[in-house]
Design a binder for this molecule. Structure first.
Ligand SMILES: [Zn+2]
Length: 196
């Protein structure tokens, strides 16, 4: 089932999300709905706060990035079919020299900006079967995971921009929170009485 994606301005996007236990009700159904919602909106990642739940769950499928011809064959291969569920994730380490990449966010439609992040991360998490993992990623894989991880920490990519850029974006972000935007997927806007 496709869920409405929570738009910029909703307080749920600002909460530090909580870990969940194996007893979390209907987790499989939630994950299925998150996949449906992400694919419907042509995203490469979606975090639970973006569907209104302040829990440490996010999903990633970087396959759409894999046909980018600027990437090496090895990079394309790493991205193709990389489909994972991250539960109770914690980034243990971020290393290397920051690099810029043009990011967007399903909660902030039509805004894309270059964001600086470190290139390599080590992350521990449990998967959908609550099996623990500790893995190291770099490049675009790390980038997508860092973006989704920020969501469960209550951080948005626009927070990472210069104060000048933030000032320039302020009115567009307010419009988004009021639902004054054309978007081709279901959304829930904090500053209008009814979603659409
Ligand atoms: Zn996002």
């Amino acid at each position: 089932m496709i869920l409405p994606i929570v738009a910029y301005g909703d307080p749920v996007l600002r909460k530090v999300a909580k870990d969940i236990g194996t007893d979390y009700p209907k987790l499989n159904e939630l994950l299925e709905n998150m996949w449906d919602t992400m694919y419907n909106a042509h995203g490469v990642g979606l975090a639970a706060p973006q569907v209104g739940l302040p829990i440490r769950v996010f999903v990633v499928d970087t396959t759409p990035f894999s046909d980018d011809e600027d990437l090496t064959e090895a990079e394309q291969k790493a991205l193709n079919g990389f489909k994972k569920v991250f539960i109770n994730a914690k980034i243990e380490e971020e290393t290397g020299k920051e690099w810029e990449f043009n990011e967007g966010c399903l909660s902030i439609p039509d805004i894309r900006e270059d964001v600086k992040r470190k290139p390599e991360i080590t992350i521990s998490y449990v998967d959908e079967h609550f099996k623990p993992h500790k893995e190291t990623y770099d490049g675009l894989l790390a980038r997508v995971i860092q973006h989704e991880y920020d969501h469960i920490e209550g951080v948005l990519f626009t927070d990472k921009l210069s104060s000048l850029k933030k000032r320039l974006l302020k009115s567009r972000l307010e419009k988004i929170s009021k639902g004054k935007i054309d978007v081709d997927y279901r959304m829930r806007f904090p500053n209008v009485k009814k979603g659409r």
